[in-house]
Design a protein around this ligand. Structure first.
Ligand code: SF4
Length: 431
């Protein structure tokens, strides 16, 4: 059986044109996906855990799902400051269940946003978001800027599906006519194929954005000859291209959000786009990494009013990134139990956070053994969004897409596991 238009939920591109061949309930062929996506559909499936596991001395032993869920519930009930982290590879239905569980137990819930585009959200809360869909970019953009990101590595089909190569309704022969500018601190595969590469000094994003804003505002005379390693001639050339284009799209990555300046860099980038919008039409979009990290911000906001780093310990939702975000709570050794769903903080968090996770009861709900498994007390394998589970998933531009279930397995949906934990906690507390 060939399933056309399957969804790859690996990265924020959420490619919806994947053709998957299924034979005897096994995925035997994948077309259109990039290497990362194809591996997710085929290779990674071989590495799944078959049963929940629990630490047993130096090793592990298998336990049943009922037992694993019961033990997780007991750990949550006996914790005084539980942290519920991750969620970005899970469907939005699971994320919503997680937010309700956090509210019920008075815990803290945070997603991987905290270590990727959290600063982008803070900037958007301050100055708004002149955004658009990726379809608009494909159909209208004449100039595209990639700032502090390397889409060929991290979002391999972003350029071919949305921004650089495809012809759109209003844009023809884009391969020749569309201008691509890459701004980064070093050469990358993406800068190699750009029409213009602007190499800036590390930590120079804020200064370069300010210089560009100043030029677009009509005061080029106050810009010095070199700004953060970029010559004034280059800055004038970029500003001219941006002003002359009829529709431009700026995409930015962790090079902007996680370098010196953090959310102030993003705020400056948004204000640069605002400045350009006095002359022409420009939009700005964060390159969201995990397949459904955007969905976690949506689901948490519907339920609590806040997009990430939400602390329910006061009985109401409290939000103060830097204080209530997962890394800060772990750094202060504050939480005494951690439930991790659909992410791998063992691979991405600072070392001291990872080692603290290893010292407290940590439960991981994830299909695969990963770096966090080595820190966990219990791991509960679950179905994979877009392979043997389906659910709502948000693309990096905020468009919700329903993933498809391609094969049947006995693995439970992670949302059902979280719902069951919620039911047991509520029953214990007689709610
Ligand atoms: S670009 Fe991202 S969503 Fe598209 S196939 Fe590759 S990994 Fe999957």
């Amino acid at each position: 059986m060939k399933i056309e238009d399957a969804i790859c939920a690996f990265c924020g591109c959420l490619c919806d044109d994947i053709a998957v061949e299924v034979t005897d309930n096994q995925i035997t062929g994948v077309d259109n996906a990039c290497t990362l996506g194809a591996a997710r559909f085929r290779e990674d499936l071989k590495n799944r855990l078959s049963e929940p596991i629990i630490r047993d001395g130096e090793g592990w032993k298998d336990i049943s799902y009922d037992e694993a869920i019961r033990k997780t519930t007991d750990l949550l009930l006996s914790a005084s400051r539980p942290l519920l982290f991750g969620w970005s590879s899970s469907a939005t239905e699971t994320q919503a269940a997680g937010a309700h569980l956090a509210e019920l137990i008075g815990g803290v819930i945070d997603s991987t946003t905290t270590v990727c585009h959290g600063p982008s959200i803070l900037a958007i809360q301050e100055v708004g978001h002149p955004g658009c869909t990726l379809g608009q970019v494909k159909n209208r953009a004449e100039t595209v800027i990639y700032w502090g990101c390397n889409p060929i590595d991290a979002h391999p089909r972003h350029m071919s599906r949305y921004s650089t190569y495809p012809d759109g309704y209003f844009t023809k022969k884009t391969l020749q006519s569309r201008k691509v500018i890459v701004v980064d601190i070093r050469k990358t595969e993406s800068s190699d194929i750009a029409d213009m590469f602007i190499q800036i000094c590390p930590g120079g994003d804020y200064a370069v954005l300010s210089a560009l804003r100043t030029i677009v505002r009509g005061r080029p005379e106050v810009v010095p000859p070199v700004v953060a390693g970029v010559s004034k001639e280059q800055l004038l050339a970029v500003a001219e291209i941006c002003k002359k284009t009829r529709f431009g799209a700026l995409f930015f990555g962790l090079g902007v959000t996680m370098s010196r300046g953090k959310y102030k860099n993003v705020r400056n980038a948004i204000e640069f786009v605002d400045e350009l919008n006095r002359h022409t039409k420009w939009t700005i979009t964060p390159m969201r990494g995990h397949g459904n990290v955007y969905g976690s911000n949506e689901a948490f906001t519907w339920i609590s009013g806040y997009p990430y780093a939400i602390d329910y310990s006061r009985g109401i939702a409290f939000y103060n990134p830097g204080e209530t975000s997962a890394v800060d709570i772990l750094r202060r050794r504050e939480c005494d139990m951690c439930l991790i769903v659909g992410s791998d903080p063992g691979a991405h968090f600072p070392g001291f956070c990872a080692s603290y996770l290893a010292s407290i009861p940590t439960v991981l709900i994830d299909p695969y053994p990963n770096a966090t498994t080595h820190l966990a007390t219990i791991q509960i394998p679950c179905a994979i969004n877009g392979i043997d589970a389906e659910g709502t998933t948000y693309r990096m531009d905020g468009v919700p897409i329903q993933t498809r279930k391609l094969i049947d397995t006995n693995y439970p949906f992670d949302g059902d596991i979280v719902h069951e934990i919620h039911r047991l906690v509520a029953a214990e507390r007689r709610i």
